[in-house]
Design a protein around this ligand. Structure first.
Ligand code: PMP
Length: 392
């Protein structure tokens, strides 16, 4: 009998629907922002004028026409790259799996900033890698702890070369690593010859247009950068890229070719056409405005329902999709799931973002796709669930 023990990427709640449920669980973008008519006209033109090419196999290289669309996005966060350094993916989830399969061997250890996006841990585990959590302090990923951990692992005879992190508007905490921390982290990476896997789906979603310099821009020779169009355009196209030092990019291209032969020529051509005609600024500004408003509605409702002196703490987000709520007394948020379902609201318990059940005292709320007029109601239901859960 086939028993499926593979790690899950997302909670089933990602696509939960139905009834009167208000879901703060799945990290879905607000696609009301997409100019569908413009895209539809561009697709039709592409098929008429481009003919069969967009429906043919391509090669494991980023299509020439798409390179400016990528370099434009990366330049907004202080990074430069060239076509030789780019590898196309069907989104960063594939990028994670390609890194896990192409840059490490089963039994090796990957260092992981935690709490972490569960899809990263799932990819590394599926490739047979061991995971080791890197300690955080009040300022996020702690470079001194990283150095200590790597030296300890190596003294034990383990190979630990990859470090996974999501430094800007992190999933799930929403936090951003300071420039000073980025530089310290890269100093350790240089000293210990680490390859930093920088997962950056949310970097351009600072609500007021603020950005942070990417690690890739600061030290391109030590970083494998995972970029995606999922949050600046749409996830349904399944299109992203890896930017890496040339020899690493070469190795990854061989892996991605085995995984998917080639990227979708149609998805790449559609994105290139959109960028050539519209650029990114207007679309990204639209996403920022939507998330700025939604995040404020959620933070205001949390303040009104939970107060700021009660058992729950959180930060007002400045970008991204998420608010990370922590219980000061360490109550396991998994105990509120049933009461929340009864109240008609959902969230992802924090333990989902630990490597072995840690962070159970927290939970992730996603505001990005919830209808604006439902956010306050959802938070009020959540507050009732907390009361009901605490009483049982
Ligand atoms: N990394 C992080 C941190 C994410 O939040 C996500 C999507 N939720 C992904 C990677 C995967 O995104 P995609 O495959 O759509 O590019």
């Amino acid at each position: 009998m086939w028993t499926d023990t593979r790690p899950a990427v997302e909670m089933p709640q990602l696509f939960e629907r139905g009834g009167d449920l208000i879901s703060f669980a799945g990290g879905l973008p607000d696609l009301d922002v997409l100019p569908l008519e413009t895209i539809s006209a561009q697709l039709s033109r592409l098929v008429r004028l481009g003919g069969k090419l967009a429906f043919q196999y391509s090669t494991p290289h980023v299509a020439k026409a798409l390179v400016p669309a990528i370099t434009d996005l990366m330049a907004r966060e202080g990074a430069a790259t060239t076509a030789e350094n780019l590898v196309p993916t069907n989104g960063s989830q594939m990028g994670l799996m390609a890194v896990a399969l192409g840059l490490a061997a089963p039994g090796q250890t990957v260092l992981v900033q935690t709490p972490a996006y569960p899809g990263a841990a799932a990819a590394f585990r599926t490739a047979g890698l061991d995971l080791c959590s890197i300690p955080e302090d009040a300022d996020g990923l702690a470079p001194a702890g990283l150095r200590e951990t790597v030296l300890r692992l190596r003294a034990e005879g383990r190979t630990a070369r990859l470090l996974y992190c999501n430094p800007t508007f992190q999933n799930p905490t929403g936090t951003t690593l300071s420039l000073a921390r980025r530089e310290e982290l890269l100093t350790v990476a240089r000293e210990l010859d680490l390859l930093v896997v920088e997962d950056n789906p949310y970097g351009l979603l600072g609500f007021d247009g603020q950005t942070a310099d990417t690690l890739q821009g600061l030290a391109p020779e030590h970083v494998v950068y995972l970029g995606t169009f999922s949050k600046v355009f749409a996830p349904g196209l399944r299109c992203g890229w890896i930017a890496a030092p040339q020899e690493v990019a070469h190795a990854l291209r061989r892996t991605t070719e085995v995984m998917a032969l080639s990227p979708s020529a149609l998805a790449q051509a559609s994105l290139a056409a959109f960028h050539a005609r519209n650029g990114w600024t207007e679309l990204i500004d639209g996403y920022r405005a939507s998330y700025r408003e939604r995040s404020a509605l959620m933070a205001d409702a949390l303040e009104a329902e939970l107060g700021t002196q009660g058992p729950w703490t959180w930060e007002r987000p400045e970008g991204g999709f998420y608010i990370w709520l922590r219980h000061r007394e360490g109550v396991d948020t998994g105990t509120f799931v049933a009461a929340a379902a009864e109240q008609g609201v959902s969230f992802v318990p924090g333990s989902h973002f630990g490597l072995g059940g840690e962070h159970a005292d927290a939970l992730r709320l996603c505001f990005s796709h919830v209808p604006k007029k439902r956010i306050a109601e959802g938070i009020s239901r959540l507050a009732s669930a907390f009361q009901q859960g605490a009483a049982t």
